[in-house]
Design a protein around this ligand. Structure first.
Ligand SMILES: [Zn+2]
Length: 247
């Protein structure tokens, strides 16, 4: 059983439910977003991406995904039974940042090996999932950020679930920095074979709290259960299990 606690919304007084571990909550009656512990006003931009589908329409992009691609069984779209379709607004932090890494390393592809310097400089809208226990494939999700609008609770479908954040903005920025440096390490290794040192400077431009609509779908095909994640803003399948074609 999941323990659910409540606080009172600082804006409208309605009860806001939250679960252990959640630290930022959005009131479903007025859309006000606040820190659970302090009830403090949330000072960051809170955005949402709009979902385009209702539970019936969403079957269309799912079937379309099933029909496409030669790796899938030919009868997948026809023979699959969609058993679950849940729309969840997942919380993310979008950290807009310029990152420049300078590194020193050993280039071993020549003899004798040489020490080389180099740098990687890039701009990102880096996405950090604001939930801790989740295997959501953040890196495979191309968030259609251009579609984001200010969060409006009246536009959230009654059948949808809005998840609260378990990560605060400072933690999110730290996570983004860590992940970006790991990514730059990976990029540096195209240039050098062994990194001696790497240092990254960041200029954080903007931090946005974002709820993005993701459909959690389960389907059955030949008595086996499979799942897929679909971006409700674009209809793109973020990740989907592909049953074996049986070859
Ligand atoms: Zn409220």
């Amino acid at each position: 059983m999941t323990i659910v606690e409540t606080i009172q919304c600082s804006h409208c007084g309605a009860p806001i439910e939250f679960k252990p571990g959640e630290i930022i909550a959005t009131c479903k009656y007025c859309g006000y977003t606040q820190a659970i512990e302090t009830g403090q006003v949330f000072t960051f931009e809170h955005s949402v991406l709009m979902n385009k589908y209702d539970p019936v329409q969403v079957e269309e992009p799912i079937r379309e995904w099933m029909r496409g691609g030669f790796l899938k069984p030919g009868d997948l779209a026809r023979k699959s039974k969609i058993t679950e379709k849940d729309l969840v607004y997942l919380p993310f932090w979008v950290v807009s940042v310029e990152a420049k890494s300078t590194y020193k390393g050993v280039f071993e592809r020549v003899a004798p090996a040489v020490v080389k310097d180099g740098s990687v400089e890039k701009e990102y809208d880096w996405l950090v999932l604001a939930r801790k226990a989740s295997d959501f494939p953040t890196r495979e999700y191309n968030v259609p950020l251009e579609g984001k609008v200010p969060y409006d609770f009246r536009k959230i479908e009654g059948f949808a679930k809005v998840l609260n954040s378990e990560v605060d903005q400072d933690q999110a920025v730290e996570m983004a920095k860590q992940q970006i440096e790991d990514h730059h390490r990976f990029l540096a290794q195209e240039d050098i074979d062994k990194i001696i040192e790497i240092k990254t400077d960041y200029t954080v431009k903007q931090v946005v709290y974002l709820h993005a609509p993701v459909w959690f779908v389960k389907f059955e095909y030949k008595h086996e259960a499979y799942s897929l994640l679909l971006d409700g803003a674009t209809g793109t399948v973020i990740k989907g299990d592909i049953p074996s074609s049986g070859f």
